[in-house]
Design a protein. Structure first.
Lengths: 257, 257
DNA sequence: GTCAGGCCTCACGCCGCGTTAGGGTCAATC
DNA sequence: GATTGACCCTAACGCGGCGTGAGGCCTGAC
């Protein structure tokens, strides 16, 4: 009863023979059978397990954690994935910061501009911002302060380049909603929900805390209640606020937890 | 003439004493002075150099490269930073893809959809794909085969989640172009160029090779010449192909090298 | 003189394998 | 049955960037 040899598995899966040896050594993937000559033979089950391993490895899990995750029930798997998602996002934010820093360094090296602190808040009139903050505290109570402070810290870290990129991104997303609204697409239709997914991602990138279902729904409510947000969306298209809210609520129900 | 001791430098800079030892060992940061007792003493110059080292380390440069960069003239430094920026951006793209994959996996785990091998190629009718491939080889010569094979390998690696996410992403981007075209925005205007940037990123995610200016321009040409692409874009809006091409060409000239 | 708290130099350990080095096994061909 | 060449094995070092000891010298305060 043959089974696959190391090099066959290697070819099928794309990993090296050495990697298979290694996984055997550390007990992550044992062959189904070992011949009297010491040859390793793998079966279908092992191929499936290897697929799982590679998937998690792709996601950046350390090998020992992969072992634990694969040998644990589904429940733990969800938790592990969620935790890992958080790590990845933190890393993504960090990477963006680094790119920005490089841009600034390059600018400075090339003798161009010294940074202009005021321009950094371009698009956010400071007076308005203060008012908005007061309004939020008034509306949601003092515990929202933490979040606001967190956002401010994040914003201080920001440099122009990032700011521009984020602005462009959200502008594109909002343009998509305007277009969808004009085309009469229902807010819970697939394309609009895909767009809403991008919106959620954008929010997740700005916001230092996980975007839960409740948080996203709250945000939708905020868009309707806060005059500045409302004005912003209505300026883009009549009924835009309501449309966006509907899309967000549908998305929250279907995709978030 | 005192100078700072290891622990003083450590406290000032935030690195460990061991790290200073290490940097001394590998010749990255030598003390200004070594006492008869073997004690290391650092001066202001060394503190400045350490700052530079830490800056580059933050950016993810390997230590040996940092050494070379610091001992090089400014223009080399610019080159190194630029190259590193590209690396970081690639990493950021990868991380984003991973986060999306996790999201989709979580959705699947929570009982929604089982992934369906056949559906994986949804949107790419296999017969059409074969035809398209033949056409490409005919048009660009056999050396394009490598790229096609690379893409196929990548596609085989793909899971459903990835595929869906990418489809949603490109659909959103194309919708943006349709909308911009309808609004009469010039193809080289800022918002359209930002959208084009997203398009380039999407291409970069699909394509296993770097998206150079020449490659992107070729792709623009391809969109016009290949009947399937042409049909695809014209189906979304009249004049869409030409519009997209104009945006891509402008982007290539301004942003790519 | 003695104690605490610097400082020093080895040197192993971590992670995920790549990469020799040195040697057995299998199938086909001479 | 002997050779060949493709495949298999184990064992062990190497990388990068230090953390974390172990074991011992220096210095200043009591």
């Amino acid at each position: 009863m043959g089974g696959y040899t190391v090099s066959e598995v290697a070819k099928l899966s794309g990993v090296s023979v050495r990697t298979l040896h290694h996984y055997d050594d550390i007990g992550l993937l044992k062959p189904a059978d070992v011949g009297a000559n010491g040859y390793r033979y793998y079966g279908k089950d092992e191929l499936l397990r290897l697929q799982q391993i590679l998937f998690h490895r792709e996601l950046g899990f350390p090998l020992d954690e992969i072992g634990r995750v694969l040998d644990a029930p589904d429940f733990d798997r969800v938790a592990a994935l969620t935790a890992h998602r958080t790590r990845l996002q933190a890393q993504a934010r960090r990477t963006r910061r680094l790119v920005r820093t490089i841009d600034d360094t390059l600018a400075a090296l090339q003798g161009a501009t010294t940074m202009d602190d005021k321009a950094m808040y371009r698009g956010f009139d400071p007076e308005k911002q203060a008012k908005q903050e007061a309004w939020l505290v008034d509306r949601y109570g003092p515990e929202i302060r933490k979040s606001i402070d967190a956002v401010k810290t994040v914003q201080k870290d920001w440099k122009q380049a990032d700011f521009d990129a984020a602005q462009a991104e959200i502008a594109g997303i909002e343009a998509g909603f305007v277009c969808a609204l004009a085309d009469g697409l229902p807010a819970d239709s697939a394309p609009v929900q895909a767009l809403t997914g991008r919106h959620r991602d954008w929010i997740a990138n700005q916001w230092p805390q996980p975007v839960t279902r409740a948080a996203y729904k709250n945000l939708a409510a905020l868009y309707g209640e806060h005059p500045d947000f409302h004005a912003r969306y209505e300026a883009q298209a009549a009924g835009m606020t309501e449309y966006l809210q509907a899309a967000m609520l549908a998305f929250a129900e279907r995709e978030l937890t």
